[in-house]
Design a protein around this ligand. Sequence first.
Ligand SMILES: Nc1nc2c(ncn2[C@@H]2O[C@H](COP(=O)(O)OP(=O)(O)O)[C@@H](O)[C@H]2O)c(=O)[nH]1
Ligand SMILES: [Mg+2]
Length: 471
Amino acid sequence: MITTSSAKNAFNKFKGKAEKAVHRSLDQHVKLAVTGLSGSGKTAFITALVKHLTSQATDKNLPFFDVMQQQRHIATKIVPQQALTIPTFDYPKALSALLPLEGQPHWPASTERINTLRLAIKYRSNAGLRGHFAPQSTLYLDIIDYPGEWLLDLPMLEQSYQQWSEQQYALLQCSPRVEKSQPFLTALSELDLTAPVDENALSAIATHYQTLLVSLKQDTKLAMLQPGRMLMPGELQGAPLLLFFPVAQANDKVVAGSNLAHLQKRFYAYVKEVVKPFYTQHFRNFDRQIVLVDVLSALNEGPETLQEQGDVIKQLLVHFNYGETGFLKRLFKPNIDKLLFAANKSDHISSAHHKDLALLLDSLVHEQSNHLKFDGVKIETMAMSSIMATMPKQVVEQGKTLNCIYGKPLSESQWLTYLPPQPPMRMLNKDEWPSHGFEFLSFAPMPSPDKQLKHIRLDHVMQYLLGDKLT
Ligand SMILES: Nc1nc2c(ncn2[C@@H]2O[C@H](COP(=O)(O)OP(=O)(O)O)[C@@H](O)[C@H]2O)c(=O)[nH]1
Ligand SMILES: [Mg+2]
């Protein structure tokens, strides 16, 4: 008897140790990067993701997220982050904007820098060795929010100042940029590139260029605007390495100490000190990437902006397709194995048209990705809404049922029932564009007496990005 029980004890001890050991080795880490141009919904997405995982984690709320549906999720909480040099995503502040204790909800203020947050997701594994030895596992999820504008600087790594300059200068000659570029082009025409450097003149023209980029961003929602940090310089505002711009002829012989020599020097310093460190310190360490795309705003702006969204996606895909590009492969060796393009804010259209929105984004992505060979990178597109700011409402008019939405537009003081246009299912060219254009309204977040957020297909997004890590 004694032998048996001590053997049992020994076995239990062993099992406890083994469990701990297996447990430790099963704890996983995933770095999920969230990007998109400013205003695409990164802050709202992260806030919703954290809220649903930490306090609304049920199979009813997230039915397409397997770990929820199979009732294996135990608890998720925010834990201290490991990266000590990146500011923490201010979740409490963002949440209190959306779910205030009193007063009307509003969208959280936008942030323009990289930030991060770590979640510990505790769950039961569903089968095999893990199920036997480790009743519980923990997935440490690092969420990294960074401006998509930074990603768009990537091609600069492979360009000379002359190449970059020619490309950007040519863009400024075309509509819709040309309408706004005159003040910059006039100031530039007065600069003698071969003259000895005049720091004040360079600063003044750089200010014109920055004003131009900022107004293009605001008024046309164009995406291809470089250098990205000029749009949101933060602590780099005024730093000489940001004070450069494209010129008409960068190929003249560069005279040492001239204006041109200085512009060239600043361009290379920007690439070395700003662009490169982002990729080596952050980008290449990401495991999963979601790119939020505000397709509806692009449709509001017109065919040029939508076309440029497509071009930007094409450019991004080339760089995720690291298997093909030798130079980038050597430099970055990115880890990303799953990439999701999400058409966000689908609550701005009626649910009958969500599919069209998904198809449109899919056409932008796949048109480009078909001819690229992807080495172990999975790509998916979805239409979703991190935070539902409208409610579906059916209205019968002259015997016809209209799928409307109900909410409070940001531009109005009244709540209204509104019939949004149907988005096209594919890219339209200028001739196909409806003469009256598109007008999708933006809505304020809805008050929520039970302090719960609502989403559209956030569970599908979670399943795609994290499902395989929670089995
Ligand atoms: N209806 C709706 N609007 C959204 C959603 N996410 C973002 N928005 C809108 O987009 C704006 C910008 O979102 P934000 O998360 O700050 O974008 P960021 O600059 O990428 O972080 C918000 O102020 C909202 O007006 C969403 O899920 N649904
Ligand atoms: Mg933000």
